[in-house]
Design a protein around this ligand. Structure first.
Ligand SMILES: Nc1ncnc2c1ncn2[C@@H]1O[C@H](COP(=O)(O)OP(=O)(O)OP(=O)(O)O)[C@@H](O)[C@H]1O
Length: 207
């Protein structure tokens, strides 16, 4: 789906990474790995098109991203490190805003599946950090986009929710999707692909 060729990132005249080659294909789950400040979020922002400053090439289905931004945007679901939830609204209202094409029954089911039964109509300002993260992640159940890019999706989740989320990634990949995440926890996912960012020596390995 998405390909990097000789990719690099510079911030404030500091080279974070360079010479990165990677190909994110249908059916794959990728973990972008590395210590604090190495450039994981910066890379995700480049991959999503939020940041257009990069060296090298970024291709979507074989085409330079600059030539197919609309197609790419339609195929992408990005959830950043901040949950992106409007706290003045309820969980249900947030999902209705994010997924206007979903039916009320689908939204109800997504909220139940993610463990928010009974909290659907509570103002999000009254939810815990983990519940807020669940509201954001409920979008995954309603997503029709093949490419998911998620920055630290496990943050604030309990162990049961982490396991359920990993299963959702596996199901999405099995259905032909592609998932790219950052996390400081090691995911328990078979055939996980790892892109490790390090000082000037990016390394791609498979586990
Ligand atoms: N808006 C910004 N302007 C300038 N430099 C920035 C900006 N945001 C981040 N940086 C710098 O870019 C570097 C990489 O930041 P980034 O957030 O991509 O790292 P990260 O690997 O995701 O870190 P963490 O694991 O702590 O989330 C850091 O040194 C940071 O200071």
């Amino acid at each position: 789906m998405l390909e990097l060729r000789d990719f690099s990132c510079e911030r404030d005249n500091r080279l974070l990474f360079a010479g990165l080659h990677a190909s994110f294909a249908a059916g794959e789950i990728w973990h972008i790995e590395g210590p604090n400040g190495v450039g994981k979020t910066s890379l995700l922002r480049q991959l999503t098109g939020i940041s257009r400053e990069f060296g090298g090439e970024l291709l979507w289905q074989g085409r330079p991203i600059g030539e197919c931004r609309y197609d790419f945007a339609c195929a992408l679901l990005y959830i950043g490190h901040q949950p992106g939830i409007k706290t003045a609204l309820t969980a249900r209202e947030n999902l209705m805003a994010y997924c206007p094409e979903s039916t009320s029954a689908q939204i109800e089911q997504a909220l139940t599946d993610i463990g928010l039964y009974g909290f659907e109509d509570v103002g999000c300002y009254r939810l815990s950090a983990g519940q807020l993260r669940r509201v954001a992640l409920a979008r995954l159940a309603l997503s029709t986009q093949p490419l998911w890019i998620l920055d630290e999706p496990f943050t604030a989740l309990d162990t049961q929710a982490v396991a359920a989320l990993e299963q959702r990634f596996v199901a999405h990949a099995a259905a032909g999707g592609c998932v790219i995440i950052t996390t400081h926890q090691k995911p328990s996912i078979d055939a996980l692909k790892v892109l490790a960012l390090g000082d000037y020596q990016p390394e791609v390995r498979f586990v």
